[in-house]
Design a protein around this ligand. Sequence first.
Ligand code: GLA
Length: 334
Amino acid sequence: MTGDIAAFAPGRVNLIGEHTDYAGGLSLPMAIHLGTTVTGVRGGDRIRLTSAQQDEAVDLPLTIDDPTTVEPAWGRYVAGVVAELSPTTGFVGEVSSTVPLGAGLSSSASLELAVALALGFHGMPRSLAELGQRAEQVASGVPCGLMDQLASACGTAGHALLVDFTTDEVRPVPVPADLEVVVVHSGQERRLAGSAYAERRASVEAAAAEIGALHDADLADVDRLTDPVLRRRARHVISEDARVRAFTTALAADDRPRLGELLLASHASLRDDFDVSTEVLDALVARLCAIPGVWGARLTGAGFGGCVVALTEPGTLGEGWVVRPGPGAFVSSS
Ligand code: GLA
């Protein structure tokens, strides 16, 4: 056995730039102060993890053929990491998370990255994120993009991250300290999210096959698409990229009315062109936006239920989770 290991990886909230990561577009996620911690010792030839949040422990060999059959189900994300990392020694320890589970704050990405660091991953934050993404894809069967894991790996305290998924550039953008970011759960489980997500991703890829990469296309190119559904999907991605740029400028100027307008425009595009909102999410956004001190709100994450993110004056909402921009994943040993 070697010394004690403590690895931490944060969850994330996406401020704007939704369903753009797998299109090579722009996003502005923020690593949050809530995250997953894995503590324990390396050694032996099994991965044994208890969890402060789950009843059943995970007990895995170092070689895993099919992470999707692992029980208990939370162990599939651990198994995905083990399958991708191929660690040479085992680990015995505990997982503890402050990220609300299944709420759209990327609790699974934070688990994957914390486990990878605890099991001995060495490398750049981007490689850590890519390993986590592959683990997520094999564990969940959902062809997710890189945003969640990249935000968790690259987080910077006090900053959101402007990510360009074509050039791989990640630029920290300061978030005003007195601008509150609040995440409110709609109460609606994200049912069918996996298959609908895969279908949206396939539509975006089909549109790009016809008019070229969407990050290089403009709205005139969209008119060349023959299928009306693909036209709407592509229009969302292209207009969302423009909103991410405008939002980044408004954040630097601390122009809160403009930030609010852009959140609402993003929500409308996700609702009308990308078809990933629900009546429950729409009603929640409308209710929050009617409260004095709320600048704007939109669905955040994949959609089909889950959470809304709102920007507010401090102390405005007596509901949801107030999240602060925090540091990215790290590991320490003693
Ligand atoms: C999920 C995926 C991300 C991203 C968002 C939508 O969170 O894991 O890769 O595609 O949906 O923006």
